[in-house]
Ligand binder design. Sequence first.
Ligand SMILES: [Zn+2]
Length: 145
Amino acid sequence: MYRITRSISFCYGHRLLGHAGKCRHLHGHNARAVVTLEDATLDEQGMLVDFYELGNAIKGWIDDELDHTMILCRQDPLVPLLQKAGERILVVDWNPTAELLARMIFERVAAAGYPVRDVTLWETETCSASHRADPSRPAEERDSG
Ligand SMILES: [Zn+2]
């Protein structure tokens, strides 16, 4: 097996519905997504995937949709207010925790056709959450959903 890892830094804001502590307030993170691909075979150049290509594919989407974006749950009462104010927001159907953001990035990388093994989202210098492929399911099943 071969593995490669690419990191992408970006800034985002969010707040967590139902959170008892400070995370219920709007706040932001200087985050880093760490994307790891794994495959048994290499291309004719001896690469799993070119770092440059992988970076362009993932960083382009993160820059366009996540960077400097307020990520909020659909049920958050601030969604209509921020939309009306023309703020850059991404509305999701789940509480925007680091775990579920890692899963969203994982699913986007997988949907782009890359053999993603796991995605870790570093929300701060000391806190990260990961989502990874289910090792009990073969890759061809994972690809289809
Ligand atoms: Zn947070």
